[in-house]
Structures are given as structure tokens and as C-alpha cells.
Design a protein around this ligand. Sequence first.
Ligand code: AHR
Length: 502
Amino acid sequence: MAKAKMIVDKDFKLAKIDKRIYGSFIEHLGRAVYNGIYQPGHPSADEDGFRKDVLELVKELDVPIIRYPGGNFVSNFFWEDSVGPKGERKPRLDLAWRTLETNEFGLGEFAKWTKKANSEIMMAVNLGTRGIADALNLLEYCNLDTNSYYSDLRKSHGVKEPYNIKTWCLGNEMDGPWQMGHKTATEYGRLAAETAKAMKTMDSSIELVSCGSSNVEMPTFPEWEATTLEETYDYVDYISLHNYYGNAENDTEDFFAKTQDLERFIHTVIATCDYVKAKKRSKKTLNLSFDEWNVWFHAMASDNEEMEKRPWQIAPHLLEDIYDYEDAILVGLILITFLKHADRLKMACLAQLVNVIAPIMTENDGGAWKQTIYYPFLHASKYGRGIALQSVVNSTKHDSAKHEDVTDIESVAVYNEEKDEVTIFAVNRNIKEDALFEADVRSFEGYRVLEYIALENDDMKIVNSITGEKVSPIGRTDYELKDGIFTTTMKKCSWNVIRFGK
Ligand code: AHR
């Protein structure tokens, strides 16, 4: 039988978790904005045309920061088209997804929506087809109250107070040949450094994210990070990581092992940042913003055909991956991996939030519903706040098709001092065996189990839909807590959340 022993000790503190690791992403892509968060005329639309059914689900997820407006979309985005009186806004071609952008929903609408969603904006600037001046104009429009042209323009649009957007991405995936205005590392490094310098001169309170590689498979990874950081290191606060996972081979065991690659990816980026730090004799430590991550592969082939054969539609169905049970388990594994790196990973964005590779889906003529991946994200966002404890876990291991020594149990614990609670997140990724799980929680004297939530299923391909949730959490009672030792049997392929408190 698979088994694992974990020590959860309140003195083994790794780091305070930055709540922004539970961020997400809304891009002008497919039905994320139109018929997603915004649909005037829908029965649930409020006075601004925002779907209240969607807002409720977003609020339940408690997403502290949302990246906008792209993604690939941002690399040919003319932000000026998206502000001011709606009747005067011009439609534009979006070259990233070959659709027609009406600009009916823009920056001002998104700012209003994020407020209603209890969230903040992570704004990306276009460093693909535009540059320093446009980034500065946008920053002035958003953050300044200076009686100058763009600050006044915002006021003339009825927004007296600046939006005060704190976090800014210097472009998106600029290493990718698919990107409008794709650049070499040297070209991007210079442009990003000069843009960063100028932006911080205008508003020193902002934080900036330098573009890392588009994914770990890029041939230029990690040389891209080393070269670009040589230029940007002194002026930025984070470097971005992006990666999507898939199970095109239909090999569940190997799919679940892919967080081993994620671990290596994170370690390599940290090592590269620290190499540049050492080379520059810098005192500053750069942190990580994993601002695009998720499972993405189900709808790829049909999306490519749609964009190729039927371009320039408004809000077509694109990237509408329907997630199954095993995708939810991988999302849980990714969240555990992030928590294990809470000392350096300070922001992360589940890509994306609504309709486009998303936990929340909508029907144009109906309601909103939760995909399978909604639940591990909800649990982590809700109970994964506080201090990440050092993960001391001794687990049995197995090999998969492309990975060796894969731990059966992956787990991490989070200590919420304010609430006097500690939560263990654990996945049994063994696809054949249930696992005996033991956690030593003796340092949390007087704590009892508040709740044990799990996702369990034998059908890896089962999905949720508007008509019903076949995957949803269950409460478990078959465990023991005796003399500070917690024991249970974790079902094979399961997501487990064990909450202790006084
Ligand atoms: O999230 C979908 C796309 O994935 C984004 O637009 C891009 O940045 C990435 O390649």
C-alpha cells in the first residue's frame, strides 16, 4: 500500500503566503469578457451589464488580483480605443485570436468590474507593437492626478480618482514567435528596462513584472531569463513564468507526475534570478510571478480550425476546454507546488477565469456553472492563507512513463495564525492504490479536526456541465486524531483538505 508520513510543525515556517498567488486572468479572448463577465441584456446583468451570476462565483473564489487585458491580445492593444464614451469607440481587429474587438468593454469597465469582484488589476502594457511612450500614457491615465493630458482625459471620462493600479506586466510572452512584435532577448531586455525606468520615474509606487519564457519547453529557456534580467534586474520586482499542462497521451499516471517538471522549472528560474543577482552584486532578491498556469489542451485542435476558417467573429467560442476529474487533481498538485515555494513565488494567475480555459463557464442564454477545477482552487484560496510550513513528508514513490521517483502523496500545510487554524492540502496521485496517510500535528496542541473535504472519483474523465456537477467536494469522517497524530486512508487519485482548529 502507498503511504506517507508528514510532520506539521508550527515552528517550521517557510514563508508568509502572498495572497496574490490566488490571482487569475481575464483576456479579451473568446467569451471571457463578452457573454462571460459582461452581457448587457442577460437576465442576471446588473446596471453596468455585468453578469451577477458570474460575479457571485468569482467572489466565492476570492481572487485578489486579475491580469488584464492579455495575454497575446495585449501585444497589439490600443488602450485608447477602449476608453471614453462607448458610442465613439472604434472596433479593431485582434490579431492574436483573429477576432473582432468591439471595444464596448474596456479599461474603465474592467476597473469597475474588479471593484465589484473585490479584486485588483494586474495591468499588462503593449511592448509588442507599441513601446515606452504608450506605456507611460496608459500609466498616467490610470494612476496620476496631475492636471496633465492623460490624467485629465481620465477625468473627462468621468473618473475623478486615479485607478492606482499597483502591478504592471512589461508585455506578454515576448520570446514567442507567435507574439505580435516578438523580440529577441536582447531587444526585449533593453526595451523592458527603459520602459520600466520611465514608468517608475512617473510612479515610483508601482511594481513591475519582467517577461520570462512563455513555457519551460522554449528553446531559449533559461537563456532568455539570464539575458533579459541582465538589463531589467535593477528596475523590476518580479519575473513571469507561464506554463500549461495537458494529457494528450491519455496517460493519467504520467499526467499527475508533471508537477515534477514544474518544480524543476521554478528552481531553474530562481537559480537564474540569483545568478544575475550575484553577477550584479545586487542586494535585491527578485521574486516570481507565475502569471499564467492551468491545464490547456482539450479544445486546442478545434480552436485552431475556428481561427483559421472563421476569422473576425465577435466573442466566438474559443479555448473552452471542458475539464475532467483528473484535471482537477492536477490543478490541486500545482497549487501544492506553489505553496511549497511561497518564499519566492509571490503572484500566480490561474489562466483564465471565465469561459476561456476557466473554472467558471456561462451559457449565453442560461446560467453560469463550475468546472471540476473550480474546487481545488476554491479550497486553496479559502484555506491556503497564512504561513506556508516547511513540507516535511516521507512518501512512497512510483515511476511513470516519463518520470522517476514520483511521490505518491504530495502535501503541504498552511498555518493561519489569526484564525488559529492549520490546513493540510494533499493529493494521492497513485492511480492504483489508496494511501495510508499519517500527519504528526503535535505542535498544534488542543487542535481538533474541523473538517475533512475531499474530491474522490474512479472516473478520470468525468466532467461537470450546466445540467449538473458530477465532481464536487465530499465531507469525510473516517479518520483518527489521537495524541496529535492524524491518520486516514486517502483514496487513489484524490484531493484532500484537512482543516484543524481549536
Ligand atoms: O491564456 C491563453 C494564452 O496563453 C495567452 O494569451 C498567452 O499569453 C498564452 O500563450
